[in-house]
Design a protein around this ligand. Structure first.
Ligand SMILES: [Zn+2]
Length: 302
C-alpha cells in the first residue's frame, strides 16, 4: 500500500473475457501542466480530468500519433485542451473567460461551479481528435450531456459505433487519475448474454472505485481489490510525462498563415513577433530577418 507509483499508465485484462482496461495515475506530469496555467484552485481538477482522460484513451492508439480532447464554449471556461501522444507525452491548457480576468488577481473560487462541466463551458462542443503521424485524422463530436467529462465520454462510446468504453476520472489539486474499461469484439466469448453479463459485472466493480484509492494505492493492489473475482492480469506500467510538442517551425507556420502583409504590419507595430506556447510557456521571437526569410526574402515574390 505504499506510494511511489505516480505518472504511470497500466493495461490490464480479465482472463477468459473480451474486456480490457487501463489505469492511470499522474502527479508530477499533472503538476507540470499546471505550472504553465495560472488558475483558481477550483478549476485544477477540471484540467486534471482532461489530462487523465487523454492518458487513458491514448493507450488505444496503435500507431504514432496524438489524441486530443478539446472543449470550446461560451461560458466561464471557454477552452480546455488536453493532448497525449502514443509515447505518453501529455500537455494541456484551460482558459478562463477574459471578462473574469479583468480585475487584478485571480477570479475567486466561488465564481465557478466545477461540479458540472457544462455550467463552466456553457454552450459548447467537445471533440475527440486522433491525429496519426501518417494517415487520416479522425474527429468525433462528444455531446456535453453528462455532468462530468467521464459521463460525457462514456455516453459517447456507448452511442457511437466504437467499442463500448467506460471511464472513471478523478482529480484534485495534486493528482489526476482514472480507470477505463473497454469491451472488445467477441473472441473468447461469443454468447451475447454472457458477454453482457460480464461487462455489467466489470462495470459495477469498477464503479466502486474511490478517488483516494486511485490516488494512494499501487495499481496492482487496487486492481486486485476491485476485480479479484474476474482474474485480472496486469501488464507492465508505462511512464507518462509532461512534454510539449511545440517547435519554432510550427510558430513559423502560424506566422506564414497570417500572410506576408499582416505579418509585416504586426512586425512594424511590435518590433518583433513574439509567440508564446500556451502549453509550456516557451517563447519564440521573430525579427525582420526571420520574416524575410520566411516569406522568401526581399518581398519580390508578388
Ligand atoms: Zn510548448
Amino acid at each position: 500500500m505504499s506510494k511511489e507509483k505516480n505518472d504511470l499508465s497500466q493495461r490490464f485484462l480479465f482472463e477468459k473475457t473480451d474486456i480490457r482496461g487501463q489505469i492511470v495515475s499522474l502527479e508530477k506530469s499533472f503538476q507540470q501542466v499546471l505550472l504553465q496555467q495560472n488558475l483558481p484552485r477550483v478549476l485544477l481538477p477540471i484540467l486534471g480530468e482532461f489530462i487523465a482522460a487523454v492518458s487513458l484513451l491514448s493507450e488505444t492508439l496503435k500507431f504514432e500519433g496524438t489524441l486530443t480532447l478539446q472543449v470550446r464554449g461560451d461560458g466561464q471556461v471557454p477552452l480546455v485542451v488536453a493532448e497525449a501522444t502514443n509515447e505518453g507525452n501529455v500537455r494541456g491548457i484551460l482558459k478562463i473567460h477574459h471578462d473574469l480576468l479583468s480585475g487584478d488577481g485571480m477570479p475567486a473560487d466561488d465564481l465557478f461551479d466545477a461540479s458540472h462541466l457544462k455550467s463552466l463551458v456553457g454552450q459548447g462542443v467537445l471533440t475527440l481528435t486522433i491525429d496519426p503521424a501518417k494517415g487520416e485524422r479522425y474527429q468525433g463530436i462528444v455531446p456535453l450531456d453528462g455532468n462530468t467529462l467521464a459521463d460525457c465520454l462514456s455516453h459517447y462510446f456507448q452511442q457511437s459505433e466504437q467499442l463500448p468504453t467506460k471511464l472513471w476520472l478523478f482529480a484534485d489539486e495534486h493528482h489526476a487519475a482514472g480507470l477505463m474499461l473497454q469491451s472488445l469484439p467477441p473472441q473468447l466469448i461469443k454468447d451475447e448474454e454472457q458477454r453482457q453479463e460480464l461487462w455489467s459485472t466489470a462495470v459495477q466493480l469498477a464503479a466502486t472505485v474511490r478517488q483516494e484509492e486511485l490516488f494512494e494505492l499501487e495499481h496492482d493492489t487496487l486492481l486486485y481489490r476491485l476485480f479479484h473475482e474476474l482474474q485480472c492480469r496486469i501488464f507492465p506500467a508505462r511512464d507518462i510525462q509532461f512534454k510539449c510538442s511545440c517547435t519554432r517551425a510550427r510558430s513559423e507556420n502560424a506566422i506564414a498563415s497570417l500572410g506576408r502583409e499582416e505579418a509585416f504590419t504586426l512586425l512594424k507595430e511590435e518590433g518583433k513577433i513574439a509567440i508564446d506556447c500556451q502549453f509550456c510557456g516557451k517563447h519564440y521571437a521573430f525579427k525582420s530577418a526571420d520574416l524575410q526569410r520566411l516569406f522568401g526574402d526581399e518581398g519580390k515574390l508578388h
